[in-house]
Write a protein that binds this ligand. Structure first.
Ligand SMILES: [Zn+2]
Length: 261
């Protein structure tokens, strides 16, 4: 069963020098697919130029909260800019599988009030395009759950790098959102998140690296890589008392169902 990295910033400069070598090692380890999120308007073109070079790579169109401060158009224009770019990619190789990554991050300087209209525009675009939404949430679960309850997203989405309680996890799952499981669970101190992800149905989980960010326990300060994804599967399997093969099979099915790949 192939592993799918549901969230990897493989287009970032951190992989410029050895991207092909890293991917070759991934394939040997069974990682055969990845979704590379959009982060800013100027990045979209480069992202899809890269995605379209390799079977198994997919892209998304979005503006990440960290890039909101650089947004060169008014938020009111963003939904139509996304719809336009997705249309262009769909008429070509059609490797565009989601809107995002977008969301709210309470740990950065850009105020939530400034992030909010940019996030809302992307919810609107995902609904119009009938694509799943990739959400980045840092210390903003309540705001995001409130927003998601107010809108209808026919394809749901994923709360990437989920960190939080079982109650919060269940709220998202009820709203049609998968939970992205990454390097966080390799840290024993992340007890609440580990307990939540051990208790949630396997049908609600996706595996992700979030590389080059989110280094695993024991690799702090190093570049994270999709080639470490098997360790996330192994850790989740240990927490749940099941085999890694079972984790890989079900989460792979989940990723294929969500992204239509
Ligand atoms: Zn990300």
């Amino acid at each position: 069963m192939p592993l799918i990295d549901s969230h990897c910033h493989f287009d970032f400069d951190a992989f410029a020098a050895d991207r092909q070598q890293v991917w070759a090692r991934c394939e040997v380890l069974g990682v055969q697919g990845m979704v590379i999120p959009g982060v800013s308007i100027p990045q979209w073109r480069h992202l899809f130029a890269l995605v379209n070079t390799q079977t198994g790579w997919y892209g998304a169109v979005g503006v990440h909260p960290w890039w909101v401060k650089d947004l060169a158009i008014v938020p009111e224009r963003l939904a139509s800019a996304i719809v336009e770019r997705v249309g262009r990619e769909r008429s070509g190789a059609n490797r565009c599988v989601a809107v995002g990554e977008c969301g709210l991050d309470a740990n950065i300087e850009t105020p939530l009030a400034e992030q909010l209209p940019v996030f809302k525009a992307q919810i609107e675009a995902a609904a119009a395009l009938k694509l799943p939404l990739i959400i980045h949430c840092v210390r903003a679960h309540n705001e995001i759950i409130r927003l998601l309850k107010q809108c209808y997203l026919p394809c749901g989405g994923v709360i990437h790098a989920f960190s939080g309680s079982r109650e919060i996890a269940e709220e998202y799952w009820k709203l049609g959102f998968y939970l992205g499981v990454g390097g966080t669970i390799t840290y024993p101190r992340a007890a609440k998140t580990r307990a939540a992800l051990a208790a949630m149905p396997l049908e609600s989980l996706l595996l992700e690296s979030d590389a080059p960010d989110m280094p695993h326990a024991g690799r702090q300060g190093q570049r994270n890589s999709p080639e470490y994804l098997p360790a996330v599967a192994d850790t989740l399997a240990d927490l749940r008392g099941i085999t890694s093969a079972a984790v890989i099979a079900q989460t792979g099915n989940n990723a294929r169902a969500l992204f239509g790949i």
